[in-house]
Design a binder for this molecule. Structure first.
Ligand SMILES: [Zn+2]
Length: 250
């Protein structure tokens, strides 16, 4: 017998299926990542295809059967409408990077309430702010890494343990190393970027917009975070949304 379940969820990915249906990957608050089918969702009369798109924050009702890979969606409605994302290229690109990273990072049926709060608050602030979009995305990426168990060591060299004023991401170990231990080329963070990442690690998302890094600092932090996540998280490479983000980020 199928069990009726409900949860808040963020839409991670949606693909068309058959002539009228959608298959939707969700990160649910209660049950982790779940894939559902919305039969007939693309029929104009149903009017729900727009709800079932990334990065929407919705409530879903679905019929769950153990052993089935795809569950059957029965109902969905908005929790929060991100009206500010739809018409703003940089905001929507950042939001799509955030949900695609989450999709790559989490496993099926493995709930993670802190990550759920992180993604929904990130989407909320991306929707609300007018600037600092990259800083909000970087906050998200740093805390995503931390929650996955890969928070970067920002203050002391990963090899010799000395305090760092400059650091390079070592592509053999994925650690940040001082210039003495890693004199070669690579993704490098100056003192301002190291301090900025440290601030991002300590602050609450509601105060992120006060940090105001200069563009060089922001770029160094962004390049590092992306490569750090690529290195440490299985399946986190060649994100589709990154190209779009690079084209439109402000
Ligand atoms: Zn060192």
């Amino acid at each position: 017998m199928p069990t009726p379940l409900t949860s808040d969820a963020v839409v991670l990915r949606t693909i068309n299926y058959s002539d009228t249906s959608l298959i939707i990957r969700l990160f649910t608050e209660q049950f982790g990542k779940v894939t559902v089918i919305a039969k007939g969702a693309r029929r104009p009369k149903q009017g729900i295809a727009g709800i079932l798109q990334p990065p929407n924050h919705i409530t879903v009702w679905y019929s769950y059967k153990a052993g089935r890979d795809i569950q059957t969606l029965t109902k969905s409605e908005f929790v929060e409408r991100y009206a500010g994302l739809g018409n703003h290229l940089a905001k929507s690109a950042a939001a799509l990077v955030a949900v695609e990273m989450l999709d790559r990072a989490v496993h099926d049926s493995d709930p993670h309430p802190i990550l759920f709060r992180l993604i929904t608050s990130t989407l909320h602030y991306l929707d609300q702010v007018e600037e600092d979009i990259a800083t909000i995305l970087h906050f998200y990426q740093l805390h995503l890494a931390k929650q996955l168990g890969f928070g970067p060591q920002l203050t002391s060299c990963g090899q010799c343990g000395q305090p760092m004023k400059k650091a390079t991401l070592d592509n053999r170990t994925g650690l940040l190393l001082c210039p003495r231990c890693q004199p070669g080329e690579g993704i490098t963070l100056g003192i301002k970027a190291l301090e900025h990442l440290h601030d991002l690690a300590k602050t609450h998302i509601s105060t992120v917009t006060g940090l105001k890094p200069d563009s060089k600092t922001s770029k160094e932090a962004g390049d590092f975070l992306l490569n750090h996540l690529y290195y440490h998280v299985d399946g986190m490479s060649n994100l589709q949304s990154i190209k779009f983000w690079r084209q439109v980020k402000t």
